[in-house]
Design a protein around this ligand. Structure first.
Ligand code: VAH
Length: 322
């Protein structure tokens, strides 16, 4: 019997994860089987796209029914730093969309749902080093509070309705495919953009702020490996801890100086320092390793090479080809 073709809906496709995940999904499932959606038209994307405000349940239902969606990747959320500027707006946007996705997925028998969480779900009373899968969650930000709520709603929909919802607590994700968007870990994206332009960098965190990070290629591979894992292997229905690497702004600066010896970082901590200080420094992802064989492939030197290689042409002055 021919395999039932999947139909994949990506919500928040213009965001940092969505922008990088779309090409992989289109390769895996076929161009015409991946529907990208967001609040605004993307600048350059060619594939199937629909404008969608996922806070509106009827609009979400319409897309899910028209495309006979079998999997949903819900990647739209207000991140940690931006969320602190308007807590009630951030909570409403993050939670209304999650509840709509879970309810529409249940009612329309969507086979699998991915809704990311974050290390921002951990707070003051979780161990800072080797933060375990099971820890007390008292997040310091609205974003973190919304992620803890999301994890518990996802587990509820799995327990009560059997909905196959899967999730990863992403560390700070570093990528070159999109500009930083309001995250506390986004210093580690902006720094590369400045370095390849020959600029120095002003860092909003202190030099010794150790944070869990992951290169986008690893984050995406973890996502697809989790979604491809047999349902019986999934023992965590809140959200899996995921680790890539941990580094400080000082260590990142040194890794960049291997390529740009004159590069300098100045440290001017702002309100985001308190957010970073509330998060873990290193993550224990042994449960993800056991359940579905997770293993990262990028360390700081390899990520730095990738980021510089891919960002240099973005800023290279257009060489006139006479
Ligand atoms: C943020 N990049 O900084 C996100 C992430 C762990 C950090 O959740 O808000």
């Amino acid at each position: 019997m021919a395999m039932k073709r999947e139909s994949i809906l990506v919500i928040g496709a213009n965001g940092q994860i969505g922008t990088a995940l779309l090409p992989l999904l289109r390769t895996q499932f076929g161009q015409s089987h991946v529907i990208a959606t967001d609040l605004r038209q993307p600048q350059s994307d060619q594939g199937l796209f629909e404008l969608l405000d996922a806070t509106k349940p009827d609009a979400l239902t319409d897309v899910v029914r028209r495309y006979r969606i079998t999997q949903i990747y819900h990647l739209a959320a207000v991140l940690s730093a931006k969320g602190e500027s308007d807590p009630i707006w951030a909570w409403n946007l993050n939670m209304q969309t999650v509840l709509n996705v879970l309810e529409v997925a249940r009612l329309h028998k969507v086979k699998k749902v991915f809704i990311p969480s974050s290390i921002a779900a951990f707070g003051e009373h979780a161990p800072k080093y080797d933060t375990p899968q099971m820890a007390f969650l008292d997040p310091a930000t609205v974003y973190g509070i919304s992620k803890v709520a999301t994890e518990n709603w996802s587990m509820y929909y799995h327990k009560r309705y059997g909905l196959d919802v899967r999730s990863l607590r992403y560390p700070g994700v570093i990528s070159y495919q999109s500009m930083p968007g309001g995250g506390t870990t986004d210093y580690a994206v902006s720094i590369y953009h400045e370095a390849v332009q020959g600029h120095n960098f002003e860092c909003f965190l202190s030099a010794d702020t150790l944070l869990p990070m992951i290169y986008m290629d690893d984050a995406l591979r973890a996502t697809l490996e989790l979604m491809d894992a047999p349902e019986a292997n999934i023992s965590v229905r809140t959200s899996y801890n995921l680790a890539g690497m941990s580094f400080t702004p000082a260590e990142l600066t040194k890794a960049i100086q291997v390529h740009f010896p004159d590069f300098v970082t100045e440290y001017k901590p702002d309100f985001r320092q308190a957010i970073a200080d509330s998060w873990p420094k290193t993550i224990d992802d042994s449960v993800a390793q056991q359940d579905w064989g997770w293993k990262p492939a990028f360390d700081l030197p390899r990520m730095t090479q990738e980021m510089i290689t891919n960002l240099t042409p973005v800023y290279q002055p257009l060489v006139s080809t006479l």
